[in-house]
Design a protein around this ligand. Structure first.
Ligand SMILES: *[C@@H]1O[C@H](CO)[C@@H](O)[C@H](O)[C@H]1NC(C)=O
Ligand SMILES: *[C@@H]1O[C@H](CO)[C@@H](O)[C@H](O)[C@H]1NC(C)=O
Length: 484
């Protein structure tokens, strides 16, 4: 009675075993970055609406380049004390929606290293409704229950609080204490399910002073994502750097000041995640386009992001890759910032300027994060990296890596892919900076072992993951032979 296509019981068993073996090897094969620092990747999911090559959908995400990815943004429904989708058609599956939430969390199936969080808030949500929510004990309790159910429903691993900012922009002084209560109550509930709780944190000294009880929130958050950018912009009415790594003594507007200040206030380094901007700030000036030049307060926008005063790295590198664009660049070693300027417009008499982070800035900031023993780095946002690989590759990314330079380019990694140059730089630089920093300590000690020795031992560790997979496969193969 058996048809030629039926499978015998023995074969069924071995098929089952094969499936198990496949799953086991998938789980054992290590995916994602090979270093042990976090790389938190924000996606501004409205990037899907940008025109042409600027459009970024969840399909464009590369889970191998991030340890954590954050879906930005969901919003707050204050009438229900509830988190809600701000764009149900993109986020959800109901009514033939595109189901972005589950699309992103679905990457975990093939990339088990990946942690996916949902961010609530953002600049446009303002501060007022969050201030009302946290002020009322019952509303907080309702929110905590609802948000937990919500993020678990879509298979998120955690929640990222992007309230910008407690006590600011329509917030009230009591927000500072109430925000601590919210993080504490979320922590208590999240611990029942092993969920991650993180928060975006403003970088300006006055915001830190007023908005955050740093020591207390550090107890309840897994990571603090420090937004180390927007130090200067067209609002200053003069040309300035978006995200200077260092500033002269007394100037609080730098990455170094922000991080040192948070450490001083009691944030543990292994919870601090250094934010890196994949964008620049734009200006227009009648002068020559140097730092400090007066502007008319106006700025300009890019073809993809279409926001005054803002240019994505992909928009900037497109201009700079065009040899007839007339733009020139100046590197500033003190701040690790790039400045690019156009030729003077003959009609308006103005020069366009953009200050931004290029590969070299990013590499230097990664080294800074490693030196400070921080948890890792965060990116706002990966949708403005050159994610399609359209630009000319930068060549001086590791110019400030002394040890690497003194050893020639022997250990410089070769890139197979030209897309996501900045995100690849972060991962590469994290590995290289660990050697660089260790080496600068070793320089003052008795030398032990060459860099080649260490490289080989690292390679050996990586290879170890594969034999385990092979053994699992071989075991199942032999078992199936026995059954057949
Ligand atoms: C705050 O909540 C009110 C009431 O639901 C709503 O009308 C308003 O748009 C919210 N504010 C923001 C900035 O979303
Ligand atoms: C390069 O720049 C020139 C001058 O601005 C412009 O006319 C040309 O269209 C640009 N080329 C590309 C490929 O964008």
């Amino acid at each position: 009675m058996t048809s030629p296509f039926s499978i015998s019981t023995g074969k069924k068993v071995s098929l089952t075993l094969l499936v198990i073996a496949f799953s086991v090897s998938m789980a054992l094969a290590k995916t994602g970055p090979t270093h042990d620092k976090v790389v938190v990747c924000y996606i501004s999911t409205w990037a899907v609406y940008r025109p042409g090559a600027g459009a970024y959908g969840i399909d464009n995400f590369d889970p191998n380049l991030c340890t954590h990815v954050v879906y930005a943004f969901a919003g707050l429904d204050i009438t229900q004390s509830a988190i809600k989708s701000l764009d149900p058609w993109q986020d959800l599956k109901e009514d033939y929606g595109k189901g972005g939430f589950e699309h992103l969390t679905g990457f975990k199936t093939t990339h088990p290293h990946l942690k996916v969080s949902l961010a609530i808030g953002g600049w446009n949500e303002g501060s007022k409704n969050y201030s009302l929510l946290v002020a009322d004990r019952e509303q907080r309790a309702r929110f905590v229950k609802q948000v937990t159910t919500f993020i678990r429903k879509y298979n998120f691993d955690g929640l990222d609080l992007d309230w910008e900012y407690p006590t600011q922009r329509g917030g009230r002084p009591q927000d500072r204490e109430n925000f601590v209560l919210l993080t504490k109550e979320l922590r208590d509930e999240f611990d029942n399910y092993g969920l991650l709780l993180t928060s975006a944190i403003g970088a300006a000294k006055n915001v830190i002073d007023q908005a955050y009880d740093v020591r207390q929130i550090s107890r309840y958050l897994d990571y603090l994502h420090i937004m180390c950018y927007d130090y200067h912009g067209s609002w200053d009415k003069q040309v300035g750097y978006n995200a200077p790594l260092r500033a002269p003594e007394g100037d609080v507007l730098s990455v170094e000041f922000t991080i040192d200040y948070l450490l001083k206030l009691g944030a543990p380094p292994n919870k601090i995640v250094l934010g890196l901007p994949f964008y620049g700030r734009t200006f227009r000036t009648p002068r020559d386009g140097n730092i400090g030049d007066v502007t008319d307060g106006t700025a300009f926008q890019g073809p993809f992001t279409r926001e005054d005063g803002f240019l994505g790295y992909n928009e900037i590198c497109n201009i700079l890759s065009n040899k007839t664009s007339g733009w020139t660049t100046v590197w500033d070693g003190k701040t690790s910032q790039m400045l690019a300027r156009s030729e003077r417009d003959v009609f308006s008499g103005l020069i366009q300027v953009v200050t931004f982070d290029n590969g070299r800035s990013i590499a230097n900031k990664v080294k800074f994060a490693v030196e400070k023993k921080l948890a890792g780095t965060m990116v706002w946002s990966i949708d403005t990296d050159d994610f399609r690989g359209n630009c000319v590759m930068e060549e001086d990314i590791y110019a400030d890596y002394k040890y690497l330079q003194s050893n020639g380019h022997a250990i410089m990694p070769k890139r197979i892919n030209s897309n996501y140059p900045l995100l690849r730089t972060i991962n590469e630089a994290t590995t290289l900076a660990l050697v660089e920093v260790e080496q600068s300590i070793d320089d003052n000690e008795i030398p032990h072992g060459t860099i080649e020795d260490r490289k080989n031992s690292n390679a050996a560790e990586k290879l170890l993951a594969y034999p385990i997979t092979l053994v699992a496969c071989a075991f199942v193969f032999l078992t199936s032979l026995a059954v057949f």
